[in-house]
Design a protein around this ligand. Structure first.
Ligand SMILES: [Zn+2]
Length: 251
């Protein structure tokens, strides 16, 4: 059956001399793989751009398998960003989405959030990683494991400032609880800049210009999100893009 889908192009890989396998995140069907036969022989104008949104016409497979490409017309162009670090943030966002297992009822919400993320980045020249972390936090919540930044994992009170991450409890610890914990390998005390970024995360877009980030802070924040994800999904979050993003900051 022929379907008309709104779709973000995540990845293209070569299938044969003339064909490509396209990975799309669609608003109607979630993640799908599409075979586009003969597309590599077409002229440059008809080649597809990664990160962009298309109106995709494709045939649904009878059983599980590859969709068959018919045509795609670009609806929103997200292929150009003000800096390469912003571009890397956009790519890492899509890498995150491609790792998710999304239930049918959440697809449209996550799709719309992804579109607004890609759209927002178009006006961000520096510190796009801050917007990436805001996106990662929203996706973490939508993935069903709660908001790591909402309450202290020990006293369960609302968290004003995440002071430390406690691996054995899989959550952040508030200022009051911190002195009660024996410092050991399970306790990751956060640096003041990392605390500041995580505290400001919901309104981080207002602070893109005044926050100074170094590579150690990037690694710290990436690590706490990875630890939280792993503790609650029981599955590691390995995003190649996270280490790429860290390279834009000096140690
Ligand atoms: Zn507490």
């Amino acid at each position: 059956m022929k379907n008309k889908l709104l779709a973000i192009l995540i990845k293209q890989s070569q299938y044969s001399e003339s064909s490509l396998i396209l990975q799309y995140f669609t608003r109607q069907q979630g993640m799908i793989s599409v075979i586009a036969k003969g597309i590599r022989k077409k002229n440059e104008k008809q080649q597809l751009l990664p990160l962009c949104e298309y109106e995709l016409i494709a045939y649904e497979p009878k059983e599980q398998g590859l969709w068959l490409f018919s045509e795609a017309n670009i609806t929103r162009n997200f292929s150009a960003y003000p800096s390469s670090s912003t571009w890397a943030a956009a790519e890492t966002g899509l890498e995150l989405i491609s790792h998710l297992i999304i239930s049918q009822e959440d697809i449209a919400t996550i799709y719309d959030l992804t579109i607004s993320y890609l759209d927002y980045l178009k006006k961000v020249e520096r510190n796009a990683i801050l917007i990436f972390w805001r996106f990662l936090n929203r996706i973490t919540i939508l993935s069903g494991i709660g908001n790591p930044l909402s309450y202290c994992c020990l006293c369960k009170n609302p968290l004003d400032v995440p002071n430390a991450y406690l691996k054995t409890k899989g959550g952040f610890v508030c200022e009051k609880c911190l002195p009660e914990i024996n410092p050991d390998n399970a306790l990751m005390i956060l640096s003041p800049p990392a605390r500041n970024i995580l505290t400001l995360l919901p309104e981080i877009a207002n602070h893109l210009e005044d926050i100074i980030i170094n590579r150690a802070v990037v690694n710290e924040i990436n690590t706490v999100f990875e630890l939280y994800w792993e503790a609650h999904h029981k599955q590691a979050l390995h995003l190649k893009g996270l280490s790429v993003l860290a390279q834009f900051y000096n140690s």
